[in-house]
Design a protein around this ligand. Structure first.
Ligand code: ADP
Ligand code: ASP
Ligand code: MG
Length: 470
């Protein structure tokens, strides 16, 4: 893969050059092998399918296609995955699902008819209805969105359809089996030059259909890229790349040109949902770059996600992301810093109650544990009792409705005063900073604010680093 990395370093500098080169397949350079994943909004209607078809046909290297289920066609529309979950919930309550199944079927028929395909999904819908009534599981239910879209996509492109249940393997306990998956995928895909493999799901050895978490088609694409030793994993969505901040908060944020896997994982984990945070691992092992592209603007270069890069980020920060809905548990005890094992005892109280923590900033006599409010709420008194029993603190104080914001950037390491600038930008907007925590990698700074200050805080940070370029 060194070959790929070296070429990409130069290529990213000038992505027009990159695309020319890809298209022309210059002598001496092997044809690129690409895995292309298309998200729900890219496949929400026949019109969108046609754009996707054009993109795939424009480059012979786009050999393996991973479709999501049809997403929203317009604001207020419902994703097919959500329709399937809702329909299955009805089946569980023994309610009549005829109308719900018909509405889902209609979504697919609109695509099939709009593409002029002579494809019938009658048999599949019969089996699906039966399995819903037999309560085959909500994972099975949700997976049908990708399964059916995969059948349509394969028919439309004239590619082979490979059911993900045959090649993506989960353990009986629902966890993902990376090793068996890689073996199965490599063996199966070695047999075919082009294929459509639906995203989001797989199955256990016993054939029980299991899914990744929401947005998991991104993971499927990455697994396939790894298995076929792809040169590139293209992830096509509805925005022109990974943007510096969430476009639902910031008006037309700039796209990030190049970002490292580590930076992206921090941002994805903290709410930049454009790529599932776990989609990084398989390609990272192989050094395969990911290119995020826009199905509605294929001429845009999008964002390059790479292992490491000689590209300096345009601004001190690479991106900002955040999530609402955290609680802080503040534990005080005089001389806590000199009590060996104090932190472990506190965290044990969370562990015993099955609660994971997000951040643990600490001082000399205080330690704060940030947790997800929805996980923590109904167990809070048990946890508090546990901390008292195990660590014997002086006081425990809980604060709810907090948001965490991650400011991420490889450039922060070599720039002094980033945290100070964030502080002053927030102070300027009268935002009270509850917590600030700089990761030891100096790649990210995490800031805690009240939920109600979340959007204003992101805007203030964006303004200071991107608009005024301080
Ligand atoms: P897909 O269906 O193609 O997988 P997603 O809806 O999962 O697409 O992800 C794309 C969406 O992610 C965008 O439409 C945007 O609203 C949202 N998003 C949140 N943060 C970011 C970000 N930093 N950059 C780009 N998109 C973001
Ligand atoms: N369709 C699934 C979801 O809505 C998976 C995906 O889109 O990646 O979460
Ligand atoms: Mg997605």
């Amino acid at each position: 893969m060194l070959w790929t990395n070296r070429i990409f370093c130069g290529m990213i500098k000038d992505s027009v050059y990159l695309r020319d080169r890809q298209m022309r397949n210059l002598g001496g350079i092997k044809s690129m092998r690409k895995v292309v994943k298309f998200g729900g909004s890219s496949l929400a209607s026949a019109e969108q399918f046609k754009k996707v078809g054009d993109i795939i046909r424009a480059d012979k290297g786009r050999k393996y296609v991973v479709p999501s289920a049809p997403g929203k066609r317009f604001d207020g529309d419902i994703k097919v995955t959500d329709m399937l979950y809702a329909c299955y919930a009805k089946a569980e309550k023994k309610e009549d699902i005829t109308a719900s199944i018909a509405a889902i079927r209609e979504r697919y028929m609109e695509i099939i008819n709009g593409l002029g395909l002579s494809l019938s999904l009658d048999d599949q819908f019969e089996v699906i209805s039966e399995n819903f009534k037999k309560l085959a599981g909500s994972n099975y239910a949700a997976s049908r969105g990708e399964y059916l879209n995969g059948i349509i996509m394969a028919n439309y492109l004239g590619y082979e359809f490979i059911d993900a249940a045959e090649v993506i393997v989960f353990h009986e306990d629902g966890t993902f089996d990376a090793e068996t998956t890689n073996e199965k995928l490599s063996a199966r895909l070695a047999e075919c030059d082009n294929a459509v493999i639906p995203g989001f799901y797989g199955a256990t050895a016993e054939g029980k259909v299991t899914t990744f978490s929401r947005g998991g088609s991104d993971i499927t694409g990455s697994l396939i890229a790894k298995a076929v030793h792809a040169d590139l994993y293209e992830n096509w969505t509805d925005v022109s790349g990974f943007l510096i901040a969430d476009p639902r908060i910031i008006d037309h944020p700039e796209a990030i040109e190049t970002i490292t896997y580590r930076e992206l994982r921090e941002l994805a984990y903290m709410g930049a949902t454009v790529l599932h945070e776990d989609a990084i691992f398989p390609v990272r092992q192989e050094g395969i770059p990911i290119n995020i592209r826009n199905t509605n603007a294929p001429e845009d270069n999008g964002t390059w996600i790479v292992g490491s890069t000689c590209q300096k980020s345009k601004y001190v920060i690479t991106g900002i992301a955040g999530k609402k809905g955290f609680c802080s548990v503040n534990i005080e005890k005089d001389m806590m810093n000199s009590e060996i094992g104090f932190g472990r005892k506190v965290l044990q109280a969370f562990e015993e109650n099955g609660i994971s923590f997000e951040h643990v900033p600490s001082g000399i006599d205080t330690m704060t544990v940030f947790v997800h409010q929805d996980e923590f709420m109904h167990k809070e008194q048990k946890v508090v009792a546990g901390i008292h029993r195990l660590a014997n603190p002086d006081a425990i104080d809980i604060e709810s409705d907090l948001a965490l914001i991650a400011v991420v950037g490889r450039g922060m390491k070599s720039t002094r005063g980033t945290a100070g600038r964030i502080f002053s930008a927030l102070a300027h907007k009268n935002i009270n900073v509850k917590m600030i925590d700089q990761g030891s990698s100096e790649l990210n700074i995490i800031i805690g604010v009240a939920n109600e200050d979340f959007e204003t805080a992101i805007q203030a940070i964006y303004d200071i680093f991107v608009i005024t370029r301080l």
